[in-house]
Structures are given as structure tokens and as C-alpha cells.
Design a binder for this molecule. Sequence first.
Ligand code: TYD
Length: 252
Amino acid sequence: MEQAYSPSAQDGRGLFITFEGGDGAGKSTHIRFLASVLRKRSYEVLSLREPGGTRIGEKLRRVVLDPGNEELSAESELLVFEAARAQLVSEVVKPALARGAVVLCDRFTDSTVAYQAYGRGLSLDFVQSANAFACQGLSPDRTVLLTAGGSSTSIKRATRRGADRMERSGQEFYERVACGFKEAAQRDPARIRVVESAGKRSATARAVFEQLCDLFPWMSDDLKSNPALFARLDRPPKRGHRGKRQNGANRG
Ligand code: TYD
């Protein structure tokens, strides 16, 4: 086992990496893959999802996703997402970063910009202030925005049985959400790296590594000399294997 690179040795904290994108963009696949590579190199890795990741956050998740909560207003919805985030940041993310862990999160503040500001039409300034309040001074070191899926996948999900409250928001909503992600990336290109994820999984995983090489310098060597590491992602899943959930990381 190789010696873990310890970000904490450099700056007193770990690394916080978030994954964003529309439904079906491949966030969970690529979070799972990255987490497994990091763990093999002895990093402490936390794999989280938003909303959720804490006992209270999981309860709040049910509030926003329950299709029975039709009357939940946009303002209230925003505050529920922020409440879940504030809890996750103080209870889990900050202590993990203080220990030097790598924290991977499936959705974070950019989802709130895309869904609540662009999608629901709430004030962008207010949403950004609410994000800052919930984050308590924390911001992701890097955000990977995966581009596949988007509004067409969202519509498929919306029409299936069991679609959640967010998934029932309609095609125009999802078009605004896609625009929200795109504009967020344009505003902050140093943090938010756009990765095309419609092709082979191995190609997407390589592109993700390219966007993280400055944080994990050994990734350049994997990209140059370890094609088998990525190729395994293109193999069809074994029968009966449905992908392992880690600490609440979900599909997507
Ligand atoms: P989830 O099942 O985790 O979605 P996905 O598989 O697409 O990642 O449900 C989370 C839903 O909540 C998703 O529709 C996006 C939405 N969301 C917001 O609207 N605002 C937010 O701040 C966050 C974190 C998620």
C-alpha cells in the first residue's frame, strides 16, 4: 500500500470535492470510482450526498422529495436544502476536513443555484447568501460538473412511477436548471470544471482525473501508464451487481 498523500500536512485540512450535474449525468458512478482509487492509496474518503448525509439531513431530504408535499413553497424548499447543508457542514464535512480526509459530495451549493435560483426563479443573490450562510466559510476545493443526462433524462424520470417531488417539476424547469449549471461554471471556471460525460465511462473518468491532477499529482501517472484502471469502468456490470452505496452516495 502506498503512503497516503496528506493534504493536511500542507495546509491543515483535507480536500472537499463536489460533483454536480443533471439527473443521470453519472455522478454516483464517478464518485464511486474516485473514492475506490483514493482508498486504494490509503486516503480517508467520505462519500456523501445532498440533501442528506446526517440523521437530520436524511429527514429533511424526505421533506423536499416527498411527492405528497406539493404545497411546499419555493422559499421553504430553499431553506430546507440549506438546513440540511448547514447540518452536514458542521456535523460531518468540517470535522472530516480537519482530520485531513478527502470529502466527496454528490451535489452541493451549485445545485441550489441551478435548481432554486434558475429553476424556481428565486433571487440569485439571495440564494448565494443562503449558501454562504449554510457553508459557514467552507467552499469546495474543486467541483466537477458532469454534462450528460440533463433535461431529457429528467423528463424520463418525471414520467416514471415513483418520481420524486423535484423530478415532477417539468421540462422548462429542467432547461433552466441546465442553464444555471452552465452559467455557474462560466462565473467560476477555476473551481467548476466541466466534464463531458455522455461518452464511455472510462473517457469520463480520465477527464475527471485530468481536472483533479493539480490536487493529486499521482493522477498524471495513472493517466499516462495505467489504462486498465479506467478500462474496468466500461465492462458490463456482473449479473446481480447493483453498485454499492457508500455512506449515502446515491445514483445519478
Ligand atoms: P437525488 O435523488 O439525490 O437526485 P440525483 O440522483 O439527481 O442527484 O435528489 C436530490 C434532488 O434535489 C435532485 O432533484 C436535485 C435537488 N436539489 C435541489 O433542488 N437543490 C439542492 O440544493 C440540492 C442539493 C439538490
